[in-house]
Design a protein around this ligand. Structure first.
Ligand code: 13P
Length: 243
């Protein structure tokens, strides 16, 4: 299968119903994108966003799911609930979940299995801290996260990998092109399916998107802050279309 491209937005803990106008504007500006466009809003906005985007090419994802199918897990959300609300994807193993909620690779892998069981595509995040990069451990860390976070059965159809260096998230700092290329080449070589989409994430914006998309083995981006504004995210979608 040939590789595809994806511009994905992670709204994190941002977004109220008033922001639905932004997604309507995004969908109107990009009625027929030649790349995949995915928005991952907070769970409260999934259903209304699905409604607002009905008939558009923009797809929706959750930001996390529980590893269990259902049950006594107050405050958590299941993969079935995400799918029921209109999601086709779910971000799993984001560094903010790994750090804030102590999620390890085995828990991420269990969540990936739960997502697959509901037909969701898992967007699995990997990335080194600044200390790990400075210590020369980047590829070892990424390799361990890759091996531990992806269950057997991961394919380009059910899984997307997002390389997000922790030190580049929300900081305005991005790795240089060689650093991104090195990790993406490693992922291309070591991913269980060489056709798997490999996204870069961390301070992607309309200004740097084209340069990042020109790097070998970068199939798209997972965008945080710049995905909240239709105009900014739209420019990133266009940059990916033109890459
Ligand atoms: P920023 O684009 O805000 O740096 O966030 C990246 C990210 O964590 C996306 O998941």
């Amino acid at each position: 299968m040939s590789r595809r491209k994806l511009a994905a937005g992670n709204w994190k803990m941002n977004g109220l119903t008033a922001q639905l106008d932004e997604v309507r504007a995004l969908a109107a500006a990009h009625p027929a994108p030649s790349v995949g466009v995915l928005l991952c809003p907070p769970a409260t906005l999934l259903a209304p966003m699905a409604q607002a985007l009905r008939g558009s090419a923009v797809t929706l994802g959750g930001q996390d799911c529980h590893a269990a199918a259902k049950g006594a897990h107050t405050g958590d959300i299941s993969a079935a609930m995400l799918a029921d609300a209109g999601a086709t994807h779910v971000i799993l193993g984001h560094s903010e979940r790994r750090a804030d909620h102590g999620e390890g690779n085995a828990e991420v892998a269990a969540k990936v299995r739960a997502a697959w069981a509901q037909g969701l595509i898992a967007v699995v995040c990997l990335g080194e801290t600044e200390g790990q990069r400075d210590a020369g451990e980047t590829l070892a860390v990424i390799g361990a996260q890759l091996a531990g976070s992806l269950p057997d059965g991961a394919t380009a159809d059910n899984t997307v990998i997002a390389y997000e260096p922790v030190w580049a998230i929300g900081t305005g700092r991005t790795p240089d092109g060689g650093q991104i290329a090195e990790v993406h080449a490693f992922l291309r070589k070591n991913a269980p399916d060489p056709a798997m989409m490999l996204l870069y994430g961390g301070s992607v914006n309309p200004t740097n998107a084209s340069d990042i998309f020109a790097i070998a083995d970068v199939d798209g981006a997972l965008v945080g802050g710049a995905s909240l504004k239709a105009a900014d995210f739209g420019q990133i979608v266009t940059a990916l279309e033109q890459a």
